[in-house]
Design a protein around this ligand. Sequence first.
Ligand code: BDR
Ligand code: CA
Length: 389
Amino acid sequence: MDDFARSLDSLDSPGAAPRPIPVWLDCDPGHDDAMAIILAAYDPRLQLLGISTLVGKALSRHQAISKKEQQQKLLPLAQVTRNALDVLSIAGVVGVDVVQGQARPLLRPSPLLCPEIHGESGLDGQRRGRTTNAQRPPDAHAARVLLIRSPEGGPVLPHGGGQALPGKAPVVMAERIGAFLAENPRAAPVRLICTGALTNAALLLMLYPELHSSLEIVIMGGALGVGNTGPVMEFNIQTDPEAAKVVFEAGLPLTMVPIEVTHTALVTPEVLGRLLTSRPGISKFKVLIEQLLTFFAGTYREVFKFTDPPLHDPCAVAYVADPSIFEVEEMRVDIETASPLSAGQTVCDVWHQTGRPKNCRVARSMDVNAFWGIMIDALDFADIATPLR
Ligand code: BDR
Ligand code: CA
């Protein structure tokens, strides 16, 4: 089917319920990736086809890693894959498979790791001073008391025992996405949502050009200005600048949700209170979410002096679920790969000074209150589905 026929075919007939948007999530969990997984799995406007992982975040001596994986020096990768499986398990998500992706950037010798923010497991939680039902934050002040604890972390998620699919991420992604499109010729393009480095995405695009016309890419990453892991570099792009260059120059519909926007998704005491009290009673699932977010708040406070931590990754998922809550602007974005000072910078031509063709929709702002509504609804669905009782 050609592009025009597909776009006509994907229109819903009048009166019919809109079909969910097919999405694939490529991630490196990660506290905010964990929330992105839950949002992608539970937002009713989305159909999560699968999850791929790639290295990032964790630097672990975690016991869940097998001897074989240790020998293969895949510790951080195996850890984020385990994290993705554990998040699906505690959130009660069934029927969504995980496949492991790249352990290293395309050309660079080693990935960036970020244990100072996410803990050694990549998903550490605050273990000291758990809230009891009586202390459940009824108001902003009580939630502030939670958020200002200093981080004393460790792994908190129970292991669900799930296994990743055999095979390598780009191959399995192509097979699964191809099979979905063959079975659903009327479906909208699959949104590939990337919340880690773009290594898997670049390989998928390079190996399977036949999928280009059926894909749109939405990433959390990049910065218009100041970076977070370098003066002008954001973590996901700086981890693998060459992969980012492939993705930004591939010519596919591409949306970037940069840190200027994700830094507005702050887990304030009000947000934490809203999230913890959105359903009656205390649940083990919400306690785990609280432990994760409290640890994340502590590390963001220590490393970046943020009063409240920004929940980056679910912003990209929210963009796919409801683009109307974002302001976006099309512009040329190029990836710096050569400079020792700024490799990994997303060079955003806001004023169209280069004259180069626009290649990216860049989110400039988000309705933060609406975002939290979407995120908390998804967490509430997970709270109903969770096997943790
Ligand atoms: C990005 O880096 C990671 O720490 C987060 O998960 C997010 O994807 C923010 O720069
Ligand atoms: Ca991430």
